[in-house]
Design a protein around this ligand. Sequence first.
Ligand code: PEP
Ligand code: MG
Length: 762
Amino acid sequence: MLTKLKRIVKEVNQNPVLDDALSGVVKSLKEAIKVDSVSIYLANYEKQCFTLRATEGLAKSAIGKVSIGFSEGLIGLIGQREEPINISNAQTHPRFKHYPEVQEEQYHAFLGAPIIHQRKVLGVLTLQQQRKRLFSQDEEAFLVTLAMQLAVEIVNAEARGRFSLSDENSEQNEIKSLNGVPGSSGLAAGVGVVQNLLVNLRNHVPKRSNDHDIQIKHYRAAVKQTREQVELLSQRIQGEVPDDVQAIFTLYQHLLDANSLGREVEQKIVLGWDAPTSLKLVIETYIAQFQAMSDAYMRERAVDVEDLSNRILANLLNLDTTRLTREELPEKCILVAEELTATMLAEFPKGRLCGLISIRGSSNSHAAIMARALGVPAVMGVTGLPLSLLNDKDILLDGYTGAIIVSPNQTIEREFQQLIHEEQLLSDKILAQDDLPALTKDNCQLSLMVNAGLSAEIENTYSKYADGVGLFRTEIPFMMRQRFPTETEQVELYRAMLMAEPDKPFTMRTLDVGGDKPLPYFPMSEENPFLGWRGIRLTLDHPEVFLVQIRAMLRASIGLKNLQIMLPMITSVSEVLEAKRLISQAFFEVKEETKENSGQLHKPKIGVMLEVPAVIYQMPQLAKIVDFFSVGSNDLTQYLLAVDRNNARVSELYDSYHPAVLAALYDIAQQANKLDVPITLCGELAGEPGGTILLMAMGYRKLSMNSHSVMKIKWVARSARLDDAKILLDEVLAMSDPKNVRERVNQYLESIGLGALIRAGI
Ligand code: PEP
Ligand code: MG
């Protein structure tokens, strides 16, 4: 049954035209489960109705014509109830409504299941039979499973459809919009530049073409070229690789020679597809066939088939896949990537980058945090869309709402540019505060610090207005290399950082890789990376890496007194003790090695991050062995709520205003103050206006944030009163819904004249 199900779902995935795909589904489903009629209705929210989009068994003439209101008939009932309905004689059901056009008089048994994606009813899938009978539990379960899988494919197919076929079939300049998750606030207008755009059939956007002869000629030339390339490759590696690798090239040649492949592709061309699309359609069927084989070796060959076809496609498109040089890049680029990485951001020519789009990730992914650190608007988690569709297109990006507009018309573009201008004015106003203190109207002094690690240039510009660095994410420089940096390389980097503001504290966090921060040269593949080998867990397992880093920090600090060392992902007291033992060892080694300067080496303060909920209950024990605490509210929120910060699908559940998170943050502040241990909060919440107000009221006086937020938060502090913030905190701590908390906090911000910040979403 599972194989049948997969095959049916693939039908949608492979077919570029949604309606064709749906008619394939109803046909296969009717055959697979032997019923008299199968139909699919899709919802139209504008018209508030379900429209018949595919059927095997009802009148085909009704397809696209029959619409059933959301509150009408059995189809409407399934949509309203959001659950399957199984009836032996539909015509006697009180909600049955007769639609003569569909000609269903002969059917009695009826089973319908809603097609739902992310709580939204997309449509209804129905089975009908002449005989009066209840469908079996198995049939019902099968239909529900199928409807669930179809939902994802329909959403993806709709996104693809909006971008692909419309290129030829609709008017020019059609505006296309997409939605993702807000990653970094701000507006951007630029041209899409897709990074690492590999020539890949999966990303290929289907296109129609009526020049059959030209398309066939192109296809044959590409196959010839590929055959020559494969032959060359095969000769080059002969004798250097095992026989089974060599055999892959033989398989390639066989496939290229096979009449069937060429014939099938050419048949598709004659049906009106261009050569790349025809190749895609045929190869995807081949891949599915290989994947369905029982022999494991043959199943694996699906990868080879795909690789070979990507080579043909590259020749067909005559694409040079090398990256664009600086000169070739547009003035204002919107970088689009499957998954944004630190390296991509760091390597992108400065001054050209005005926006970011990441297909994967969410607002609390490290890529989004980096975007915020750079002050570049970003949208994350734009799923279901082949990247290549955004390459070279004019794009407007709204990092506040997660909206993306592709190929805008002049009116929209003009309005958007006006908003960008207004945003700039607000930002100038905030920046004009220069070096005023972060002091509330009732004289509560906040200490604002910077989270550093990505761009020394930017961070240095703002850090002169801040009271130090509260978090230096040392892993970013590690991620940008092809190997671990040497001790000397690390010393140079850390020294430059410590020297920038030698009189202000500088908190260096030891390597915190793992989770969504992989090292390219230290492959880790884990089922559950955020609960896995991350941060201190990894470095304690590799003292050689940890010790080199600590030695480098200490050597960099010779003659300076501002270094503080912070340990990430601490779960247990024993981890701190072990880390401190290694830090002492490194300290004595460095002291010994730098005899003449040894008086100049100062013992750094050592602190821990409070980001795993377990430590909330161990603060008294930890207080005895550390010099400071720093709350990592990003991870604390993820672990308290059990919501993966990197997963766009659950991004709405990730909320630092959740009552449990607020209660934990309050508890931590109270405990730290009672234990008399200095405490900072260095998660993203510190850089949000509402977050600052609540944290201040809870008792936090040191907040560390991305450099772009420092001036804004200073403005917030200077507009607020601690007394009022405390009243607000009492009120929101009694609330049970994060939405109400946000509303109430925004109301307060509005009342102290910060409405512009909320409206801008800054
Ligand atoms: C945090 O978890 O809040 C934090 C500051 O660290 P990171 O975002 O790097 O995990
Ligand atoms: Mg963290």
